[in-house]
Design a protein around this ligand. Structure first.
Ligand SMILES: *[C@@H]1O[C@H](CO)[C@@H](O)[C@H](O)[C@H]1NC(C)=O
Ligand SMILES: *[C@@H]1O[C@H](CO)[C@@H](O)[C@H](O)[C@H]1NC(C)=O
Ligand SMILES: *[C@@H]1O[C@H](CO)[C@@H](O)[C@H](O)[C@H]1NC(C)=O
Length: 591
């Protein structure tokens, strides 16, 4: 059973205790969301039998927030240098007061549940923006006109209980905007393919591969913290200690302290060999000392080594919506994680958050993507700088959406309230990495902070003329920035391994942004919070423009698929890669 976290008091009540409405409301239902088929990779598992009366689900229904547009405008002002509200980060209570759902919304939902749930065993709770219902699968099926089935991810043992369609009363249309777990199958980690994860020997590490590197510390094609310090010009950075850097962890990926120590002993750039990190459990997660997660170890080792002596926390979040055959283990972990962070007091919030998880935007229900992106906007307004990997499939794997050829985009990378980090490779010159995710959201419109920059690219770039029909030019464009994404040396299970993917880029930039945030905090200022208005309109000259290479994709189904790195912002590498020495000047001169 999932633990509710919020500052308001939980009201737990059985259905029988809910007062029946005096006025009559018609709870006639219609389909709220439906999928033609499960997302790519998931298939029905006919062999798995579910006892739908015995097994239970905890359903979360999100109530429509009031004044979200007004809040978004406020959150954008807080993040826009020069605005009177710049840096005036909000508390959880201030945000809730601004966007709290209308009383009518929860009243109506409670009336519906009292009306439609017959089982006295169903447990209903109203908490913050949510109403949750824990009940048997059969009770939930009747409530939602749904049919839950077990799906298995091809080639894995991962199973999940989901429905391809569900209905809600028309009377709730303006009051409930998301119901899960229903049609959302989950996010995957973005570390590239497993073939790009291979053990290397210490001797190999010392050998130059290919041409002599143009950058000090970059041995051949291997990336280490020392290489990044030279490439991204943080050799002059002072060791910082203030603040907190957070690293998101899901999917039973465990960050191992012994590997972290080994990695720092071999590869530390700053004098921080004795550093460790704390592991914080979320949603019933655990912090075992094995097995090592490749993604988790990569994320903590790079975010940790680059952020010098700033404390780091790895958030081990349980639940993959996995179906283990019994019990109520169908929690949805990602929103759970964001809600957990939002409920933390200011003093416990990280200044910077690194997220290396995501999936195709087209496979994420619109309601879910919107709810998730709204939670990111709140986290930014709390003062957290959020860096998310842009994806490892370039402009898409299969490149069909609803049967039409189209570039595909990534969630949460294309949410306008996070900083999306694309991939680069090599260093003489540094070029776009072909696998780096980039493009234009199909669901989020273009935010004002990037409007002029992206309009300029659309009007002047000559390399995308042949592919304009495969993307929606009015969507939020990404990535915002980029960083190295190939051949990172990490330690896993005591030995060195090489990994690739934009999963490398997010913790690298998160470490650099944390150095900026910590410097500001040490100087008595606020952290930078939501970064994008500052990145595009104050600090863009703090990035090295990447002008060669191309992101690709679509497996040959669309000729010329991709975007080229060109002069100025582009949807391959964004504004470019960080130059700490220049960025710190902008961070210092920003009030
Ligand atoms: C393009 O994106 C905009 C903004 O997100 C959206 O309003 C519009 O419906 C999209 N157009 C198409 C054809 O998908
Ligand atoms: C973006 O720019 C276009 C064209 O200059 C303008 O019409 C539109 O209002 C702008 N949108 C935003 C969100 O600033
Ligand atoms: C690196 O940063 C220093 C300041 O620390 C700056 O003076 C220098 O110009 C930067 N180097 C490059 C190549 O931009």
């Amino acid at each position: 059973m999932f633990v509710l976290r919020s500052l308001s008091v939980a009201i737990a009540l059985s259905v029988a205790a809910v007062a029946l409405p005096t006025s009559h409301v018609d709870f006639q239902k219609s389909v709220a969301e439906s999928l033609r088929s499960p997302p790519t990779g998931w298939v029905k598992d006919a062999s798995e039998k579910v006892d739908k009366d015995a097994a239970s689900i905890t359903l979360k229904m999100h109530l429509v927030n009031q004044d979200m547009d007004k809040f978004h405008e406020h959150a954008m002002n807080i993040a826009t240098p020069g605005h009177a509200l710049y840096g005036q980060h909000m508390s959880h209570e201030e945000i809730l007061a601004m966007i709290a759902p209308a009383q009518e919304s929860s009243d109506l939902v409670m009336q519906w549940l009292a009306n439609d749930i017959a089982s006295p065993k169903a447990k209903i709770q109203r908490k913050g923006d949510y109403v949750t219902i824990t009940a048997s699968v059969s009770t939930i099926e009747k409530l939602l006109d749904a049919e839950y089935e077990v799906f298995v991810k091809s080639g894995t043992k991962e199973k999940t209980l989901r429905t391809l369609s569900y209905s809600l009363p028309d009377a709730l249309k303006d009051h409930v905007d998301m119901v899960q777990p229903t049609t959302f199958f989950g996010l995957k980690h973005l570390r590239s393919t497993i073939s790009e994860h291979h053990p290397i020997t210490e001797a190999e590490l010392k050998v130059h591969i290919g041409a002599t590197s143009a950058v000090t510390g970059c041995t051949g094609t291997r990336i280490t913290p020392t290489c990044l310090a030279n490439l991204y010009n943080f050799t002059s950075a002072k060791t910082q200690t203030a603040g907190l850097l957070g690293i998101a962890g899901f999917l039973e990926e465990y960050a191992i302290k012994a590997d972290y120590t080994t990695f720092l002993n071999n590869n530390a750039y700053f004098s921080n060999k004795g550093k460790s990190f704390t592991c914080t459990t979320v949603n019933g997660g655990t912090c075992p000392s094995s097995p090592a997660g490749v993604e988790a170890n990569l994320d903590v080792q790079y975010a940790g080594s680059i952020s010098s002596n700033v404390p780091n926390t790895y958030y081990s979040t349980a639940g993959r919506g996995q179906w283990l055959g019994s019990g109520s283990n169908t929690n949805e972990p990602y929103l759970e994680f964001l809600n957990y962070l939002l409920a933390l007091p200011d003093s416990a919030l990280p200044n910077t958050l690194s997220i290396s998880y995501g999936d195709d935007e087209a496979t994420v229900p619109l309601s879910y993507a919107t709810a998730g992106c709204n939670l990111f906007s709140q986290l930014g307004a709390r003062g957290v700088s959020i860096l998310v990997s842009s994806g490892d499939s370039g402009v898409g794997d299969t490149c069909t959406v609803g049967g039409k050829p189209q570039f595909t985009t990534a969630f949460p990378a294309a949410c306008p309230w996070i900083t999306s980090v694309g991939g680069t490779t090599g260093n003489s010159p540094e070029a776009a990495w072909s696998g780096g995710g980039g493009g234009f959201s199909e669901i989020f419109g273009r935010p004002s902070y990037q409007n002029a920059t992206v309009n300029n690219w659309l009007a002047t770039d000559t390399t995308h003329a042949a592919v304009t029909k495969y993307f929606n030019a009015s969507g939020r464009a990404y990535p915002d920035i980029s960083a190295q994404a190939t051949n990172f040396v990490i330690t896993v299970g005591g030995s060195s391994t090489s990994v690739s993917g934009t999963s490398c880029s997010a913790p690298t930039t998160a470490g650099i942004i944390q150095l900026l945030n910590s410097g500001r905090i040490a100087a008595g200022k606020k952290g930078l919070g939501f970064l994008n208005p500052w990145l595009y309109n104050t600090a863009s000259a703090g990035f090295t423009d990447i002008r060669s290479g191309k992101i690709t994709g679509c497996g040959g189904s669309i000729s010329g698929a991709g975007f080229s790195a060109v002069s100025g912002w582009d949807p391959a590498t964004g504004l470019g890669t960080p130059n700490y020495g220049k960025l710190v000047e902008f961070a210092t001169s920003t009030p």
